[in-house]
Write a protein that binds this ligand. Structure first.
Ligand code: BG6
Length: 298
């Protein structure tokens, strides 16, 4: 049996013969479901808007070309927080399956779904705020127990531009108090909860006991893992990106987000967001850049 791909008006889904599946909304090319071994691995708010009226609260929203509120004196300065990729309408470019590659275990087929966004189909508002000529191809590959999401950025214009990328993944966990994050020890990070102060991570295993919003920079290790009761449930492997954001809004911030439901949902999620957000990536005319992640579920 072959992987099955289904296209709908506003989304594309793929299912492997094993039952593993992925679903991507064309709005933002947001991965809104990834099931492996019968379990949903991503957290999506019950109040998330899936109709294109605002970025999806959950799944894997794509952050491009700026992370967080852009600096006012930068070329991205007129863009909204996290840029325009997560609230643009992407085009489905098609699928391909393969028996080789990092997610094809023992000759099992994996399926790759490609999505595109270019300056030509950007909203007038976004184009006005960031007028560069670019092409993005986002590839989502589903394999047995694994999901790879890679963003390819091309400068198709005649001037260089600066950008950042981030895969804002919301992972599902049975209980935040039983959850720990490993693979960040020794790394320096900016703590956005503590007035953007710089720290060095001293914990091999990080517990989350309150609001967390940290940007870990130039991480030497490839993989950050999510553990429950001391056992890994998920590995997040960085591919050609070196930074990662660790985020949990906790009680007060969750209350402040209209699209975050249920309000105690912060107990069931953790964001480990890989990307290139420390400073800027510069892309010369005609050049391409690719970065992303490989997720492995246990
Ligand atoms: C994280 C940021 O990446 O995204 C946080 O570090 C931010 O500061 C969070 O609160 C959610 O952002 P948004 O725009 O989706 O509410």
């Amino acid at each position: 049996p072959q992987p099955q791909v289904n296209t709908h008006k506003d989304r594309v889904s793929a299912t492997l013969p094993t039952g593993d599946s992925v679903e991507i909304l064309l709005y933002g090319a947001t991965v809104i479901s990834w099931k492996s071994n019968g379990k949903e691995r991503l957290w999506v708010s019950e109040a998330a808007k899936l109709d294109g009226s605002k970025p999806v609260r959950g799944g894997i929203p794509l952050v491009f070309p700026c992370f967080g509120p852009p600096p006012k004196d930068h070329a991205t300065g007129a863009l909204p927080q996290h840029g325009f990729a997560r609230n643009s309408h992407w085009e489905y470019l098609g699928s391909s399956s393969s028996e080789s590659g990092p997610l094809s275990k023992g000759g099992d087929d994996s399926v790759k779904l490609d999505f595109g966004l270019s300056s030509a189909n950007l909203s007038a508002e976004a184009k006005k705020a960031w007028g560069y000529d670019f092409g993005l191809v986002y590839s989502v590959t589903l394999g047995k127990d694994g999901l790879q999401t890679m963003l390819n950025v091309r400068n198709s214009g005649s001037t260089a531009f600066d950008f950042q990328i981030l895969l804002h993944s919301y992972f599902s966990t049975p209980s935040i108090t039983r959850t720990a994050i490993t693979g960040l020890a020794g790394t320096s990070y900016v703590d956005k909860v503590l007035n953007a102060t710089e720290h060095t991570e001293s914990n091999t295993s990080i517990s989350i006991t309150g609001e967390v919003d940290r940007v870990y920079k130039s991480i030497p290790q490839d993989t950050t893992s999510v553990l429950v009761d001391g056992k890994p449930i998920l590995d997040v492997q960085r591919d050609n990106v070196r930074d990662s954001v660790l985020w949990n809004p906790w009680i007060e911030k969750a209350k402040g987000m209209g699209d975050f439901e249920p309000k105690d949902g912060y107990q069931k999620m953790v964001c480990v967001e890989v990307g290139a957000v420390d400073g800027w990536q510069k892309l010369e005319p005609g050049e391409t850049y690719e970065g992303g992640q490989i997720l492995r579920a246990y």
